[in-house]
Design a protein around this ligand. Structure first.
Ligand SMILES: [Zn+2]
Length: 299
């Protein structure tokens, strides 16, 4: 079964992206009489979420909110697909994400540029969402889900259209990609610094802001529950600095992007003490190096 209970109100759904376990999560938040999804993964894995809901006797047609934390394809790719099944659901997004949900053409093009046509076929194609179904906000939005409160908090840095979400009653923060990637199959952290808009200054400001909410629990899209928010926030900042400094030094030495990616792959293998990198980690390293190269060429 690809759904597990975290507490009385929160379940983690493994979207089974890349055919690997525990790389891309979707979260189900369930109140006394309503339920919502936070992040929905790639378009091609949307049925894994639908099946997970049905396996615990929830009718996908009854979803109240679908909340993609930002419009990268591993978080929002399935939004339109699930919205077509969950016909009563409202879609909640940051105002800068809204236009991409209504018309995903630009997102698809930008993803094709980063990943190539072939991978895009594997990820699946996002479907558009009707404008009148979208609830958007700028800085903060409080949503009621039955007896629960979801506080959506603008969280730029990783992307300018990202939010994190605090489940107030549980003091639990859905981090989105404000924190690094910590997949159980690696046991170490890879920073999430993707193109085209990663911004280190914004990302650290967001971490400082989220700390102020003082969450006791975190759930990460990549991947799972953590009870040590302070440590995860601090490690995220350290890893971003470490990678930015390393990539800067390699650029100074005249290394190409492909050479830098190879070196970082070797570093991660060593750090994680594994001989082969899973496909998901290879992709994360490629994306993070690309985003840092983009960032440092613009500062
Ligand atoms: Zn992302």
């Amino acid at each position: 079964m690809n759904i597990e209970k975290i507490n009385d109100n929160v379940f983690i759904i493994d979207t089974l992206a890349y055919g690997e376990p525990k790389t891309v999560a979707s979260y189900l938040v369930k109140s006394d009489d309503k339920f919502a999804l936070i992040d929905v993964g790639y378009a091609y894995t949307h049925m894994n979420i639908i099946n997970a809901l049905q396996s615990i006797n929830l009718d996908p047609k009854e979803i109240t909110y679908i909340i993609p934390t930002h419009v990268h394809l591993d978080h929002s790719g399935a939004t339109g697909h699930i919205a077509r099944i969950a016909t009563k659901a409202k879609i909640v997004a940051h105002e800068r994400a809204k236009k991409h949900l209504i018309d995903p053409t630009k997102l698809i093009l930008s993803a094709k540029e980063i990943f190539g046509e072939e991978k895009m076929r594997v990820f699946g194609t996002p479907l558009p969402v009707e404008e009148e179904r979208i609830i958007s906000f700028k800085e903060e939005l409080e949503l009621k889900l039955g007896n629960l409160t979801l506080r959506c908090i603008y969280a730029p840095g990783h992307a300018p259209h990202q939010m994190a979400i605090l489940l107030v009653e549980k003091n639990l923060l859905f981090t989105a990609d404000t924190v690094g990637i910590m997949q159980p199959n690696l046991g170490i952290m890879i920073p999430t610094t993707p193109p085209p808009s990663f911004d280190f200054v914004q990302a650290t400001k967001t971490l400082d802001n989220l700390k102020k909410y003082d969450p006791a629990h975190l759930t990460m899209p990549h991947y799972g529950y953590r009870g040590d928010p302070e440590h995860v926030f601090d490690l995220t900042k350290t890893k971003m600095e470490e990678w930015i400094n390393a990539v800067k030094a390699f650029v100074k030495e005249g290394l190409t992007k492909d050479e830098i990616i190879k070196i970082m792959q070797e570093r991660i293998k060593k750090e994680a003490n594994i001989s082969d990198l899973p496909a998901s980690a290879k992709q994360s390293i490629l994306i993070s190096v690309s985003g840092i190269l983009n960032y440092i060429s613009n500062i």
